[in-house]
Write a protein that binds this ligand. Sequence first.
Ligand code: MF3
Ligand code: CO
Ligand code: CO
Length: 319
Amino acid sequence: MAKRKRRTTAAAAARSIPVSHPPVQPGLVSSRRAVPAGVERPPYATLPGGEPPPPSSSPVRTPDELGAMRRTGALAAEVLIAACEHVRAGMTTDAVDRFVHDTTVAAGAYPSPLGYRGFPKSVCTSVNEVICHGIPDSRRLVPGDIVNIDVTVYREGVHGDTSVTLMIGEPDAHSRRLVAETRASLYQGIGAVAAGAAVSDIGRAIQKHAFQHSLGVVREFIGHGVGTEFHSGLQVPHYYDRRHSAALSEGMTFTIEPMLTLGSPQVAMWDDGWTAVTVDGRRTAQFEHTLVCTAAGAEILTRTAAGECAHDLFTEPVG
Ligand code: MF3
Ligand code: CO
Ligand code: CO
């Protein structure tokens, strides 16, 4: 009799992966932080409910806009690196928000999340099974947590959007693997970018990497055009979808921000209308860059002038 082939589907692999414990619970959200009058606001920040007008910008940047995006992208990278250097076990995510807010406005920039569609804080902090858009609150980071810090800043009329998943203390082996392979999947996606390539090539590369490592790909949240608008019309799924066959062209600016899961990628939403969590309570990680498509590939805009980013600097656990 032939030996029965052992099948390792993602679902089978997930059965051996524990649910993140204890579950993340909503904490207290501090009052809204002030932005100095001299700081230029994005249009939604002064509109009712922070609702942006329907996307209307071109997917392609002018040379002047691209220059601004290089400077604003570098600032986003610097703020994210500084935030990562600041984070310690025992710190609340509200303290992370205060740090990001103060660092951003000190650089003469507006923290894009603040007031965006009513989002109450200046950065997103997504812990453990929180997929994205976690609202900073009174919860303290504890050793073993993983936390995504998603920084977006607005200066010179354009946004720069970048995030990293940091490990706190001693993360378990599953979390380490999740974080490392989610980071790798972002760079696989970036590697698929070039003028003439299809948007769907990005998701195909990310999904391939995720599935090779038995990780789930979240479908409800996708990469997006970014520039003069925080979220413009361009959509960048992190899974393969042949309907996104449109070609990329030189000068298009957008994010790639895969969210991968140890278990099922199904999404549930907290009552706050923002916090997206995995339905099965297993952990998830995310990494994000803002890019411009070039003839030969992609230029990463969310790096410092020295070419650094938090993804490369914080591959090991902190504090
Ligand atoms: N930075 C997030 C993104 O990558 C968007 C956050 S919107 C907010 O697209 F309102 F939650 F801040
Ligand atoms: Co984004
Ligand atoms: Co972001």
